[in-house]
Ligand binder design. Sequence first.
Ligand code: NOJ
Length: 553
Amino acid sequence: MRLTYTSDVWYKNAVVYCLDVETFKDGNGDGVGDFRGLTQEIDYLAGLGVTCLWLMPFFPTPNKDDGYDITDFYSIDPRLGTLGDFVEFMRTASDRGLRVIADLVVNHTSDQHPWFKESRSGRDSPRRDWYVWSDTPEPDDPKQVVFPDKEDSVWEYDEGSGQYYLHSFYRHQPDLNVGNPEVRDEIARILGFWMELGLSGFRVDAVPFLIENVNPQLANPHEFLADLRAFMTRRKGGSILLGEVNLPYKDLVRYFGDGLGDQITMCFDFIGMQRAWLSMARSDAGPLASALRERPEPPKDCQWAMFLRNHDELTLDKLTKAEQKEIFAAFGPSKDMQIYDRGLRRRLPSMLGGDLRRIKMAYSLLFSLPGTPVIFYGEEIGMGENLDEEGRMAVRIPMQWSKDGGFSQAEPVREVPEGSFAPDRVNVADQKRDTSSLLRWFQLLIERYRECPELAWGEYTVLDTGHPAVIAHRSDADGATVVVAHNLCDTAQDVELKLAGLERYRLTDLLVDGTVDVSADGVVQLPMGPHGCRWLRAAPPEIAPEDASVKAR
Ligand code: NOJ
């Protein structure tokens, strides 16, 4: 593949920044974040270097699942602004070169959506089949219940119309029936609407749920995804679907579109994410290295989306109970940090005990992993969680702009944490002034990631390092190579890497000044500081810059 046309497939080395308008910045002083506030901060986001914003749901909602329960797909939650404010925001984002994608939550609606009200009004309602109804639902498999703290079944009896309706999530979120062609058309209309307003794509909520459990069963559920993607591409080339598909690799690859790459453009690497946490808990590269080695290559023009944390619980559902326990013990030992028996309701910096060196290493690792990095707002300044907030809301707290919070002049929609992660200790304003801050580190990582498209695009090889705590890989594309190494433990380690084809090359450190030479038999000795990170660009000796000696970092 040639790197020349990278902008056509812009998402392959995008830096995606997920935020909730509600908690990012309040522009009208009512305590709730809004589009006006977000628009004021676009220059901050552009300055950070991110290239694509992912907006969590911003539609009218009773807000029983933080906006993932929608009552109107074609407008804006009045608490967050108006369509006019949205268009102004889009215009400003585009002016600063930022793309925008939004959550597409069409597996279900709120039970307050007019469609559901109509559907439940009687068995002969014209919208009856927009949802999934049954007289005799299949008995529940406990594994199907996503929120076991609140639900014990995925079926709910509707007294009025005397049937059960399906709800893969909360009972107030009835599943739409994509087995019905009218529903499929309506979903395309929703996509078309927001694309006309400038969106470059969608983060698709709960994809496997969306295409399974429908009535009648679709002959080929994946055809629906391919149809949606084709529709988008017809309307606007380069628009994307970023899918929440938390499945084992072998099942997940179908969602890219069986070798064709015509369905979901990018899938989150949930397996890599969970193994990365296991690796960090054990200071052992093994679990993450095995995930990277097992991971199938996505079809042409598709991509993996890499993340360490998101807006939900840190789900560990693809690890064994014993492995989950190891991670709980390392990063979330107390019961109130744990949720649904499979995850943690914490942010990364607090899980790593606020240890800046380790936090910097974790994000350096994230940005260097093969794929497109996705970060959650506030990660760039090391925000912690507020365990006093309910459930997953613990991590969805107001952005910390300044010592006094700076999110709103009024009582904020959610409380910021106290203690070492409070705004007076962790905020944007202070970190902008501090050249060694996490914020500055993010800027550097983003800059380097963008300058090294090999990391996103290239063919990668996980390297043997000879030391269990050090994970290293190389990415090659179009004759260019980047080598990266990360030390997961807090003691210095010297590692030796074998770099076939790079004999006598010079490696230039991209994070600090320094070079290191590869020997005539292709070996490089790499000193790694405690939680050290190395990003090295390889160049043949004749074009490598003359430079300083190697230091441990
Ligand atoms: C996945 C979302 O990430 C989560 O926050 C939400 O509760 C469920 N889907 C239901 O929409």
